[in-house]
Design a protein around this ligand. Sequence first.
Ligand code: BGP
Length: 480
Amino acid sequence: MSRQFPADFFWGGATAANQLEGAWKEDGKGISISDVMTNGTHTVPRRITPVINEEKYYYPSHEAVDFYHRYKEDIALFAEMGFRMFRLSINWTRIFPNGDETEPNEKGLEFYDNVFAELKKYNIEPLVTIYHNENPFALTGKCNGWASRECIDYYLRFCEVLFNRYKDVVKYWIPFNEINCLTTKLGNWNHAGILNEGTEFFTEQVDDPDTRFAALHHQFVASAKAVSLGRSINPDFHFGMMICHITVYPLTCNPDDVILTQQEDLMRNCFSGDVQVKGCYPYYIQSYFKKNHINFEITQEDVNDLKNGCVDFYSFSYYMSNCISADQNSAKVSGNVMGGAKNPYLNATEWNWQIDPKGLRYTLNHIYDRYGIPIMITENGLGARDVLEEDGSIHDNYRIDYIKAHIEQMKEAIDDGVVLIGYTPWSAIDLVSVSTGEMEKRYGFIYVDKDNKGNGTLKRYKKDSFYWYQNVIKSNGEIL
Ligand code: BGP
């Protein structure tokens, strides 16, 4: 064992189409669920408006950071940093504007031809997320999104087009981003296009667990079928699952806290991992469904499909850890899908996400011990306000500190024996925040001149972290 990264380690950065591309109606693109979400802040929730009203509201995905027109410039910057991998998602509505067409939109496919050609020019391996909060909005009206089984076929048609078109340029695929978000009610909208009557705000969604778990099941089946289909088109494809890893610790050694923590971990993290890596529903979730009277259809064909479509690698996002307490009155902190009790040993960001680099080592070991397959960290990073100085510099030493501390713990985990094959921090470049719709909650190595209201030149600037990360990659993680 050694504390060194493997020579072929995938250093890179991550993004998602709806937060990056803009051009929301260009070249035949349809409306996605992200396009009907207004901006917000961490105290003002984002609104879901089935009828778009641009006079009244601001919709951050409509222009985002305009990658659609600036991808050449951006990819050149990624190459300058030394990226070996770039994680992006395909905007489903560029290819199938309403989701249920039978013929794809050629213009949309051409855009990604160009993006992949540009990446190839610099030897950057694409890592493609097929679904990252970009469900066609028309499917919400048609069948309440993934609540309906119909979505499986629409999604597979989309996958088949992608696999055939890009089979020679894309090898790494993630069928669904953070699929486990559907274990919480926040997942209804972004993760499945489900809009139950009465829902107005992203953070306050009306929830029906039967529908939500049915949607999750449909996505498990869709993912497994996509894996089987992809392998039949190109046996060299690698498929990974993607979990929003909600790392949890018991707040105290009170056995009540410990049991509750174990239950949370099984439900939020292990459940989706177990289904996608092991190919079947684990015992604890079956009893959870029974105890909570959750019912939805699982056919024998589904059972077979799940068995046949297990993934090759495990990937996850890691931003924070949370504590779990049986005491309802414990102090609280936030998180991307789930908050928790405040950990007295950790600091938190302005958005109240606790910073816990050692939790990453813990998580990597936890995952590798359970599954024993290669792991990629496909999101990790710090959302913070940056200041653009007059000379165009951005001194984001706090971001460097954050990422450095996490990379150090990745090294420890490699030394522990974990097989870690890639790291694509969030985000390659500044982009729109999902939870709040803000631009000024920045994650990138590259600053984009744009504010929360949409003002700015969209000009790109290299942050201090850009140069720092460039050296990290050049030294293969030796110089931090
Ligand atoms: C993850 C999402 C990303 C990303 C990130 C940061 O859950 O997969 O799309 O946005 O969280 O969250 P936020 O943008 O809310 O700060």
